[in-house]
Design a protein around this ligand. Structure first.
Ligand SMILES: [Zn+2]
Length: 268
């Protein structure tokens, strides 16, 4: 089984063995770079409790990562946030304010500042990253065409701060590492010409010295050793991917799907 906590631990250990240094995204933005490094980024889209298991494994291995929390209730769990900080990890804001305000930039920026201030009650936050909001017509990053996050003491946003031709970007969308093929926004075109499907494929590449020297890994918080949870996510992602594909060519399917997504994330 892939995308279990056990498998995640194997991945981290193989990186350590091959001499990769783990640096936080914030450290990267501040210029503390090394010749061979990995940045671990976790987007806590949902199932926030799972983040704890991931944070624990990393702590046991002496690794610090960054967990990006959304403001929605499936992600924003104060007790989880506190525990993660206590383990020594960093947190960031996983913003989606332009999508939630239906493109009202002024309101979106006001919400952004309010939400950022809320998360800063837990820890000083220096980095943010956008949530894909794949069913919204608004790209959350467009906010920065009008405003500048640096005015809010933010030093980095992966999509603006990283050259993905230098740093190889791995993302686990949909319980596989080549799910970017169905991703709408969360993609980073690059010249590496490398693609992996399973975590074992990546581990093999690491051991053979074929993984690039500079890597960012986006691991969502869906990795679990709990079989029921795992099965739930596995089948849901399968269904979601076929719907995403179908809705590309079918406006009706697209409308129904985005309505259902809105209902699921409704914040009350
Ligand atoms: Zn997200």
């Amino acid at each position: 089984m892939d995308f279990t906590i056990k498998k995640y631990r194997q991945l981290l250990i193989s990186l350590q063995k091959e001499g990769y240094e783990f640096i936080t995204f914030e450290a990267y933005c501040l210029g503390k770079r090394r010749p061979k490094f990995v940045i671990l980024r976790h987007d806590v889209d949902e199932m926030a409790g799972n983040a704890l298991k991931i944070a624990e494994v990393e702590s046991q291995l002496g690794i610090i990562s960054t967990f990006f929390f959304r403001i929605v209730k499936q992600s924003n769990k104060p007790e989880v946030i506190r525990e993660i900080i206590n383990m020594g990890h960093q947190i960031g804001y996983h913003y989606e304010d332009l999508a939630t305000t239906n493109g009202d930039k002024e309101l979106a920026y006001a919400n952004f500042q309010k939400n950022l201030a809320y998360f800063r009650e837990f820890a000083p936050i220096k980095t943010i990253c956008m949530h894909g909001s794949s069913t919204s017509e608004f790209d959350n990053r467009s906010l920065w065409k009008t405003y500048d996050y640096r005015d809010d003491g933010i030093v980095g946003e992966p999509y603006f701060s990283i050259d993905f031709n230098e740093v190889f970007y791995l993302t686990d969308t949909g319980y596989c590492w080549d799910g970017y093929k169905t991703a709408v926004r969360d993609t980073a075109p690059n010249n590496f010409n490398l693609s992996f499907h399973t975590t074992d494929d990546i581990i093999q590449a690491i051991t053979e010295g074929k993984l690039p020297a500079q890597v960012m890994i986006l691991a969502h918080t869906l990795w679990t050793d709990n079989l029921l949870k795992w099965l739930f996510v596995f089948f849901r992602e399968k269904i979601r991917n076929s719907i995403k594909r179908a809705s590309r060519n079918n406006a009706f399917v697209k409308k129904i799907y985005s309505g259902l997504v809105k209902l699921y994330w409704k914040n009350d």
